[in-house]
Ligand binder design. Structure first.
Ligand code: AMP
Length: 415
């Protein structure tokens, strides 16, 4: 199917062509006609599936510029709000539709002015509620509500805010909800606020033939050295290194910088400016590596990412899939590398229990052992712990390795 066959308005098609899209993705093919027909939609899909255009194109088509805010799009993170704003802004560039994003961490004044002229608003829940409480937003013309990454809204504790926002909207509206998974609380939200929705399920568009997935099993104190080795010797493009905590993100970023790698951290504890700057720097290829927590990197769409490194193991296969979805996009190849130590084994066993994933163990190469400049935080701990003993000056030729593989064979009963 081509985009032409969807019969979108010519002004929207111009922007689609300008973007270079030829064919609608699977979720676009199925969502666009349903949304145009006025249906409420639940889209089960991950970022990378093209969901922004799936809801964005038919919404833009129905907006009457200058007639008040007609669409509200809620996203869990500021980065995603920015990205959705940029995408919707692009698709409406041949129309008079005005798009604004509102999120916390930046001053509210300019947002108040922009909201007076907006047709579409992309917002994070906290700042949105702020505007509602201050009476600086008029929602009476809203015809579309999009709840993006609903599962993440729950995980981040935003759901009460989301429900409060929904209650401030006109009841006569079309509601579209997107979520990678549909746990029971998301289901509850769907039952409560969507009218007879159609469910459209789509898989992540990572082409597994283009995505190599491997894990290394090492000792905890070898992890950082192996990461540096892989980044310097085996990573031709951009990389994202995922860490479990903000503290670990800062620790790894600082130490990678000390090794001469161009890197910036991104996590929820940094100012919005710093977060935006980090993501932009990676997009512009001013840095090679972004070190991130899951939340901060959620939904980021950056091309040319050749490698994803999991410096800790994700807890679930869904989390794993979210992380690896940042690479092997748009026909390019990529590699997802998980660096395990003993404390990751339980989580990684959980990831590996998803039989659809094809993650192979990789032999640990020879690598130089590097002394870190600060103590590494304990996993999930706020207090630092001393990482190295005294004998820290060898080259790790005879790598001792971890025992994930052996344990796994044992725990899965040789399956
Ligand atoms: P999204 O899931 O909305 O974050 O989109 C993921 C990526 O896919 C973005 O880089 C989009 O520009 C790209 N994309 C979306 N739809 C299409 C399409 N029909 N053809 C090619 N690329 C697309």
């Amino acid at each position: 199917m081509t985009f032409e066959e969807l019969n979108l308005h010519e002004n929207i098609m111009k922007a689609v062509r300008k973007k270079g899209f030829e064919r609608p993705t699977a979720i676009q093919k199925r969502c666009i006609p349903e949304i145009r027909a006025g249906r409420d939609v639940v889209g089960q899909s991950l970022t990378g599936s093209g969901k922004t255009a799936a809801f964005g194109l038919p919404i833009i088509e129905k907006i009457q510029p200058g007639k008040g805010i007609q669409a509200l799009i809620l996203t869990p993170t500021r980065e995603l709000a920015n990205q959705v704003h940029e995408t919707i802004g692009h698709f409406s560039s041949f129309t008079h539709v005005n798009v604004t994003s509102v999120y916390g961490g930046v001053s509210i004044g300019p947002q108040i002015n922009a909201l007076r002229r907006s047709d579409i608003v992309v917002a994070t829940p906290g700042r949105m509620l702020d505007h509602i409480e201050r009476n600086t937003i008029n929602l009476k013309s809203v015809k579309f509500l999009v709840i993006d990454e609903a599962d993440k809204m729950f995980e981040m504790g935003f759901i009460e805010d989301v429900e409060e926002i929904i209650r401030a909207l006109p009841k006569e509206r079309q509601t579209l909800l997107f979520s990678a998974t549909i746990p029971s609380d998301v289901n509850h939200l769907i039952k409560r606020y969507l009218k007879n929705p159609i469910f459209i399920k789509e898989q992540l568009q990572v082409d597994s033939s283009l995505l190599k997935q491997v894990y290394y099993d090492v000792k905890q104190f070898e992890k950082f050295s192996l990461l540096v080795h892989l980044l310097k010797k085996k990573t031709p493009g951009l990389a994202i290194v995922f860490c479990g905590t903000r503290r670990e993100v800062d620790f790894i970023a600082k130490n990678l910088r000390a090794q001469g790698i161009h890197v910036l951290p991104v996590h929820g504890g940094l100012s919005q400016n710093k977060r935006d700057n980090a993501v932009d720097s990676l997009k512009r290829e001013n840095i090679q590596v972004l070190v991130a927590t899951d939340v901060a990197a959620r939904g980021l769409d950056i091309s040319n990412i050749s490698h994803i490194y999991n410096y800790d193991s994700p807890k679930t296969s869904t989390e794993y899939t979210h992380r690896i979805g940042r690479t092997a996009r748009a026909g390019k190849s990529g590699e997802a590398v998980t660096i395990l130590a003993e404390r990751d084994h339980t989580n990684f066993r959980n990831v590996m229990s998803d039989r659809s994933l094809n993650i192979k163990r990789e032999e640990v190469p020879q690598f130089e052992r590097i002394q870190t400049i600060r103590e590494e935080p304990r996993h999930g701990d706020r207090r630092p712990r001393k990482q190295f003993g005294n004998n820290n000056s060898y080259n790790s030729h005879g790598h001792s390795g971890g025992n994930f593989h052996k344990r796994r064979m044992y725990s899965l009963g040789g399956r």
